[in-house]
Design a protein around this ligand. Sequence first.
Ligand code: URP
Ligand code: ZN
Ligand code: ZN
Length: 472
Amino acid sequence: MKKVIKNGVIVTAADTYKADILIENGVISAIGKEFNENNCEVIDAKGHYVFPGGIDPHTHLDMPFGGTVTKDDFETGTIAAAFGGTTTVIDFCLTTKGKPLQSAIETWHKKSKEKAAIDYSFHLMIGEMNDKVLSELPAIIDNEGITSFKVFMAYKNVFQADDATLYQTLVEAKKLGALVMVHAENGDVIDYLTTKALKEGKTAPIYHALTRPPEIEGEATGRAAQLTGLADSQLYVVHVSCADAVKKIAQAREQGINIWGETCPQYLVLDQTYLEKPNFEGAKYVWSPPLREKWNQDVLWNALKNGDLQTLGSDQCSFDFNGQKDLGKEDFTKIPNGGPIIEDRMSLLFSEGVQKGRITLNQFVDMTSTKIAKLFGLYPKKGSIAVGSDADLLIFDPHVKRTISANTHHMAVDYSAFEGMEVTGEPVSVLCRGEFVVKEKQFVGQKGYGQYIKRSKFNELNINGENKQLTM
Ligand code: URP
Ligand code: ZN
Ligand code: ZN
């Protein structure tokens, strides 16, 4: 059945205006006024914004990590994402050195296929570079539509790749049309500092932050940026947490290097003191990079405002406090790294960013949806409100207040990192390809509805030339 969304205020990355949206066969077929409503379901969005559905570029669902597996899988994780206004997630497919990349992709398809309630796609981890890996990449891009590769510069002896791997991945990505993503922390120095801390009897959660200082993130970010310049390639730095890293990204952009940066809500609203909470509660806030001293928050907000950082991911990687985080009770290095963020990503940015005047409404849309779609080959199918785009839409009440709590969230995990925080603005209804997933704050979707999305190749010209002058 056709749908018309009436009386709302449409907000895109570029414009804010009043118009109605006609939806047919899962796509936006017209934007205008006074559509013939015969045989249409009419949705009244009066008093609400209509945003493009959020795209979360950074999730870890059903992922084995730190001796356990993330609590939220593709079912609970995508349902929670939808409650938060997100209609597409891009999850990290982990690979194992020495094993075919394609087998890892099959594993990720099995985890997600009958579970995802919203659309999804995969980034592919590159842990080593050799002839076998090189030979697999073209088919992965062409057949799977996976056009972004993730290299970890940290997690020594687990995921960490060496610099030669990072450099060759950058070179290959440039040739093939992919975007390289990095977790930028110096894993070797972290390994030294954590071993030293444990020898000195420093076992509490706060030492997670103290053994991963911001210089270590800044150094790795700068190194990755310079290697990107050398390879004349393109780089996306995930989960930027601190001034040291922002500075390196801004400098590289000044030099004309193709580099983009993502931050996450946790770094914008929480700080290092959370790791000092008593009764081991600091473990709830153990993730990497760690939370930073509070003054870094202003630097991140300014970087979002002025364009040195461009996107907001969740880095959703949830572990229960009881039964998972407590694996590290005697040793902070055994606390599984990660937090539950997928559901509150957009509300937090809206409330702390738009409502507090730190970013504009249109920037909010760009950071949570449009720019991500452009960088990761989803645009204009996703990330926009335009004729022909998927009807992935978020109807959002900007006035309602809500207190975040594990008692009311939809993630499977047993705590909220933002417990008790009040936010202004909340998703009301969420449509993915023209079907309601959330309607009037109730889940009406279906697990398995989500489709795997093959993405287009990286194309610098899609990204508005905001980093480089385009020559005509
Ligand atoms: O601590 C985190 N961030 N866990 C997820 C894995 C990663 O590094 O993104
Ligand atoms: Zn990471
Ligand atoms: Zn992550």
